[in-house]
Design a binder for this molecule. Structure first.
Ligand SMILES: Nc1ncnc2c1ncn2[C@@H]1O[C@H](COP(=O)(O)OP(=O)(O)OP(=O)(O)O)[C@@H](O)[C@H]1O
Length: 364
């Protein structure tokens, strides 16, 4: 998958951009606050309809503007598609080859991206939301049915929470039963993904770190007996909900389910969250991303587009070199942002294209 053309109008500080990225390495460089990350955000949006900064629509539109437009031409197996996303304050509309998309499912899969930002390093040490967000996105890319399972679960959760909030427990059993069934579908798909990347993760971690430390990734059910779950998943969830009934009434929200679950990252058999050094955390997250790339490549028989935001300042030289070696071996298009070309060693990269960004404009 390749992005052949990108056209932006009134997207954040990028008023009017038109560019033809190269098929391999594209390096965007410039001082802080010039629009490099905004550019990556626009590509991410073209793939997912979402901002990776969790920004609302109004924030994506240039100050004082009414709308923003992001357009891209993507190529896969020599077939080209035009993706256009119109962002207005009240919502987004997407067109593929000039046809308005009415179902989200039809939109996805035309452009796959994997994003790596410095902030993601905190996925190891930070709160569970970051890990859940990573997992949901990663599962979803190769498993479009996951979106339906996830939305069904979210709808039931909302209804059940609404009852708990007003302390209305009559009729809650019906929602509890539905919640359990919907939760199982989400958990099953999340676990299946982790099983698929488990071996990949170990391989990439060794490649990146250059040592023989072992890494583990596991799904952690919140408040549920894992052993019971292995034998009787529905029974274990129902049991946990029963045990937490009083807490739920007190908090006015559902205490058990995929919205509370977490990922466990292990390093040499210990919790990476508690014991990993800065460098080990970076290697871990980078290996996770590499595993995600490999997984998507296998699913679609085509590699995703990689977006590396300000990577060079976060990685030390050795890890950076290992990452570049990994990328050079692949027929993958990469977008890198950096404050200075010195950080990237562009001469080492075959087929690179560089773009200087200043005040929201590309200066060649
Ligand atoms: N809706 C908007 N309209 C206009 N400008 C915006 C909007 N949202 C953000 N900006 C501007 O975009 C700039 C930030 O751009 P961006 O985050 O892409 O910087 P960057 O080049 O990646 O810098 P850094 O190297 O610091 O990450 C800021 O100057 C900010 O004021």
């Amino acid at each position: 998958m390749k992005l052949i053309k990108l056209k932006l109008a009134s997207f954040r500080n990028l008023q009017n951009i038109e560019l033809a990225p190269g098929k391999k390495f594209n390096v965007f460089y410039g001082n802080n606050g010039q629009g490099k990350t905004n550019l990556l955000e626009s590509i991410y949006l073209l793939a997912t309809m979402k901002s990776f900064k969790q920004a609302r629509n109004a924030e994506l539109i240039a100050f004082g503007g009414e709308f923003a437009l992001v357009k891209g031409t993507v190529e896969r197996d020599q077939v080209r598609r035009e993706i256009a996303v119109l962002i207005e304050k009240q919502g987004k509309k997407a067109k593929i080859d000039a046809k308005l998309m009415t179902r989200l499912d039809d939109f996805f899969g035309n452009l796959n991206v994997v994003l790596f930002t410095p902030e993601e390093i905190s996925m190891v040490r930070g709160g569970p939301e970051l890990r859940r967000r990573y997992l949901d996105r990663a599962v979803f890319t190769c498993d479009l049915g996951y979106l339906t399972a996830y939305h069904d679960y979210a709808k039931i959760l909302k209804n059940r929470n609404a009852l708990l909030k007003v302390n209305e427990t009559a009729g809650i059993e019906v929602w509890t039963e539905q919640l359990v069934q919907a939760a199982l579908l989400v958990i099953e798909r999340r676990k299946a993904y982790l099983e698929r990347i488990d071996r990949l993760l170990q391989g990439f971690y060794s490649e990146i770190s250059g040592n023989d430390e072992t890494v583990q990734i596991e799904y952690r059910l919140h408040g549920v007996d894992a052993q019971l779950f292995a034998g009787d998943p529905a029974g274990a969830l129902a049991q946990a909900l029963k045990t937490h009934a009083a807490e739920e009434r007190r908090r006015g929200s559902t205490a058990i389910g995929p919205h509370r679950d977490d990922l466990y990252f292990g390093l040499n058999g210990r919790s990476a969250r508690q014991f990993a050094s800065q460098g080990q955390q970076r290697s871990f997250v980078l290996a996770l991303k590499m595993a995600e790339i490999e997984h998507i490549t296998r699913c679609f028989d085509a590699p995703p587009v990689l977006l590396l935001d300000d990577m060079t300042s976060e990685l030390d030289r050795e890890r950076n070199r290992n990452l570049m070696e990994f990328l050079k071996k692949r027929e993958m298009q990469v977008f890198i942002t950096t404050t200075s070309l010195h950080n990237v060693d562009v001469d080492q990269l075959q087929d690179n294209k560089t773009f200087r960004i200043k005040e929201g404009k590309i200066l060649d």
